[in-house]
Design a protein around this ligand. Structure first.
Ligand SMILES: O=C(O)CCC(=O)C(=O)O
Length: 284
């Protein structure tokens, strides 16, 4: 038995959960090992070769690079389902969301080709979704990401308010109507005074962030590509919030099967059953 006054070293995963609750963002180094990074890279290549119905190019025709996105492909790609539901991403998400019946929400592939100038505008994800309650995304690059090309997140912004979601290129209010939510302040103008977090990342490192954390990303002014798999998870307290508009991503017809306010208990949102235990610790 250790002496009772021996210092107790805090569980690194609990430290991570405390940092996530405070800041709405944490970086986990080496979340994916070599085999998982290779599997994620293969998934991204398969998605790019055969884009799905929700795929889009979120950069203009004049951009010297390209910003490609696709969503919700896990049902066609068993390797993606495995990463989403049983990997250490699911394990860390479950710990960050406080346990309970954590569900996988959807996958999102985000690729910026080398030289892409298109910025990902500052935004929160949740106002585009069909859920109320908490969730977390794991943004996992399979290529090295230098800090000037990396995701940026405004610490503490997950406490709210919700900001009006707009289309990335034309800035249209296609979801909540104009005036119904606060406008996002001009973060670029005041960024020196803000607690903006960003990380230089190696393949398999991950940035976990709350569905309400305000985030954006620069273009990718490098020769390599920036291929990212983002895996999104729902807390046990998340509830279905059908909207009178098509959410992004859309879940057509779901309101006929899942009542407004119901738990997200549906085969589209499988329970996570992670095999790996999270032993990773927070990055800087
Ligand atoms: O990868 C990016 O450029 C932006 C990522 C993002 O907005 C997201 O994962 O929600």
């Amino acid at each position: 038995m250790p002496p009772t006054d021996a210092p107790v070293s805090p569980d690194p995963v609990d430290e991570l959960a405390a940092a996530f609750a405070r800041d709405g963002v944490v970086c986990v180094r080496r979340l994916f090992g070599r085999a998982e990074v290779a599997a994620a890279a293969e998934v991204i290549e398969a998605v790019m070769e055969r884009p799905g119905p929700h795929a889009k190019v979120a950069s203009g025709p004049e951009d010297p690079g390209r910003f490609f996105e696709d969503f919700v492909r896990w049902q066609e790609l068993p390797a993606l389902e495995e990463l989403a539901v049983t990997s250490s991403a699911a394990a860390v998400a479950a710990r960050l969301l406080g346990g309970g019946a954590v569900r996988f929400y959807h996958d999102h592939v985000l690729v910026k080709e080398g030289g892409t100038e298109q910025r990902t505008p500052w935004h929160q994800d949740q106002p585009y979704y069909n859920v109320d309650g908490r969730g977390v995304s794991a943004w996992i690059p399979v290529d090295p990401v230098p800090r000037p090309g990396s995701l940026e997140l405004l610490a503490g912004s997950h406490h709210g308010p919700w900001y009006l979601p707009r289309t990335f290129l034309a800035k249209e209010a296609k979801w909540f109507p104009e005036g119904s939510l606060a406008e996002l302040p001009d973060l670029e103008a005041g960024r020196d005074g803000l607690d903006i977090r960003s990380f230089e990342l190696a393949p398999g490192d991950a940035v976990f962030f709350d569905f309400l954390t305000v985030h954006g990303a620069p273009g990718f002014p490098f020769s390599g590509r920036r291929r990212v798999l983002s895996l999104r998870y729902l807390s046990a307290g998340a509830r279905h919030a059908p909207r009178p508009w098509a959410t992004s991503p859309p879940f057509e017809g779901l309101e006929a099967e899942l009542a407004a306010g119901a738990a997200m208990d549906h085969p589209l949102f499988p329970l996570v059953s992670h095999r790996s235990s999270p032993t990773t610790s927070a990055g800087e």
